[in-house]
Every structure is written in C-alpha cells, then in structure tokens.
Write a protein that binds this ligand. Structure first.
Ligand SMILES: Nc1nc(=O)c2c([nH]1)NC[C@@H]1CN(c3ccc(C(=O)N[C@@H](CCC(=O)O)C(=O)O)cc3)C=[N+]21
Length: 292
C-alpha cells in the first residue's frame, strides 16, 4: 500500500500544518488588497458565554491578526432578543467597510439559529450557510462554500487522496457538515460517489468498510473503529467531543491509524482549516470588490 508509511502506520492528515500554509497565502492576498486601498474586514457576533464558542471566536480573531484582516468582535448578552440580534446583523450587512460577517452557533435558548443564518446578506455570508448559498451548492453552481466541507475537501486534496469515482462514506447529516459535504463532494468536477449515513442507517460498518474515504461528523467520541475501515482507506474525524478537563476526543478511534492509509490526528485537524476556509471566503468577497 503506497500510501502507508513504511512502518505500517497511516499518513497523518494534519490540519494544523495545512492551515498555517493557508494563512501565509491569505496574508499575501491581504497585503495585495491593502496595497490597492482595500482593508479586508470581518465581523463576528457571539451571543451568550458558551465557553467553546468563545474559544473558537478568539481563535478566528487571532487568525485575522496574523493574516492582516481587520476584525470586529461583537458580544451580546445571553438575554438578547431575536429583534436585537437581527438589528445587529442588519447593521453589519449595511456597513460598506465590513466584507463578511458570521453569527456563531449555537445561539442560546430562545434565539433561532436558522433565522440568524437567513438574516445575513448572502453576498457577505462567509459561513456559506445562508439558504441561498446552500441552494446554489445544491444546484451545482456554488457561491460561497460552507467552511467545514470546504476545509475537508482542501485537506483531502492537499494529501492527494483521490476523490474522482471514489466511494466516500459520510457519517452524520447535520446542516453544518455532513449534508453540505455530501453535496460538495458529489459535484461535477470532484465526482465522488457519496453515501450519507445517519442515526437511522442500518449497517453503517458495512458501508464504511466498502469506502475509500470515511468522514465522521456525528460528534460521538471513538465512533469509527479499526474494524469499520478498509485497509488503506482515508479517514477524517470532524466531530470533537470535550472529554475530562480540556482534552478533545475525535469521532475516530486511535486504533484506526493501524489500518488506515491516511487519518486525522486524535486531537482534531479540521477545526483550524474551518477557520481558514472562513477567512478564504472573506478575502474572496474583498477581492471581488463586493459588496461595498
Ligand atoms: N456560524 C457558525 N460557523 C461555524 O463555523 C461554526 C459555528 N457557527 N458553530 C460551531 C462550529 C464549530 N466550529 C469550529 C471552528 C474551529 C475550531 C477549532 O479551531 N478548533 C481547534 C481548537 C479548539 C479549542 O481548543 O477549543 C482545533 O481543533 O485544534 C473548532 C470548531 C465552527 N463552527
């Protein structure tokens, strides 16, 4: 098996390394934009004090500082009303100096995630989760791509994992990852043959054992085990569950590395690339001269 290391362990699909490369490429793009008088600018909206959400937002802002993207960090109390939240989104939509914005999910109880996604101007929708952008992906004419699916595609492409005609088993049909990823990878030009598995699927292991690529995005620690993986297959763990203390546990069990050809590391890999994909969308908007 050509894709295995000589000691029989899988090649590491390391998102940290690729994300650092992508940030350097983005820094060069930001420099070129500033040279023509465009300062790329992000706005994030965080409602409440979910510690995981606060940590992701802090990392997005640190990435912006490193790349040379201006960023505004809007924090609203958990008791914010739907109308107040939508007023903040409308103001950012209308601000010609803001190229892209996102509302961090999940919102606290009482606020509507879908309504918040739909309120973002689709031309500034760096999450790629507005119904118009999801609809364009479904139609095969994508606009801004959803970040985690784009991250996973870039990770597989970077490591030259073949997708054309390949059997790809995706576990999890959520709106942020599994479902849009199934649309992306089955697009003309990428040409994977996708099986979308979920909690009501029978014989998940049978489907994953037949797959060239297994992508676990369900949020169940250690769900994909070595016996579910064909030797030499590529395995991507997306879901991360916070264990004791600050440990992070992947949807992919550690024993998978002894069977797979490629595998994401146990501490996760897709998160830093998801942040990179968000800022790639932002720079694309700024380069198009849109919308301001
Ligand atoms: N509107 C919206 N857009 C999102 O893109 C979005 C969202 N809501 N809600 C939650 C999920 C989750 N998500 C992550 C992003 C980065 C890491 C990440 O960078 N993780 C680091 C460390 C994380 C840590 O230490 O807490 C890592 O994997 O190494 C993880 C998860 C984006 N999401």
């Amino acid at each position: 098996m050509a894709n295995l290391h000589s000691d029989g362990t899988a090649v590491c699909l390391d998102g940290d390394v690729l994300a650092a490369t992508l940030r350097r490429q983005m820094a060069a793009r930001a420099t070129r934009l500033r040279a023509i008088g465009v300062t790329p600018k992000l706005a994030t909206v965080l409602v409440g004090d979910n510690p995981a959400s606060a940590s992701y937002i802090a990392r997005k802002h640190a990435d912006c500082a490193e790349i040379g993207i201006k960023a505004t960090d809007i924090r609203l109390p958990a008791k914010t009303s739907q109308a107040q939240l939508l007023a903040h989104v409308a103001a950012l939509n209308a601000d010609p100096l803001v190229h892209g914005l996102m509302v961090q999910l999940p919102l606290p109880a009482g606020l509507d995630d879908d309504a918040a996604l739909a309120a973002v101007d689709p031309a500034k929708d760096i999450d790629g989760l507005h119904p118009e952008n999801l609809g364009r992906l479904l139609a095969g004419t994508p606009g801004l791509l959803p970040c985690t699916p784009h991250a996973i595609w870039q990770l597989l492409r970077h490591h030259q994992v073949p997708l054309k005609g390949a059997k790809v088993a995706i576990i999890g049909r959520g709106p942020l990852v599994g479902r849009p990823l199934s649309m992306l990878l089955s697009m003309r030009g990428i040409d994977a043959s996708v099986t979308l598995l979920h909690s009501a699927s029978r014989d998940i292991a049978e489907a994953t054992r037949a797959a060239d690529v297994v992508i676990a995005a369900l949020g169940r620690p250690g769900f994909v085990t070595a016996d579910m993986v064909r030797p030499g297959a590529a395995v991507v763990g997306v879901g991360i569950t916070y264990g004791d203390g600050c440990s992070m546990v992947s949807d992919v069990a550690e024993d998978v590395a002894s069977v797979a050809g490629h595998v994401t590391p146990p501490h996760g890999s897709v998160g830093p690339l998801t942040r990179a994909a968000l800022l790639q969308n932002l720079l694309e908007i700024a380069e198009r001269g849109l919308p301001g």
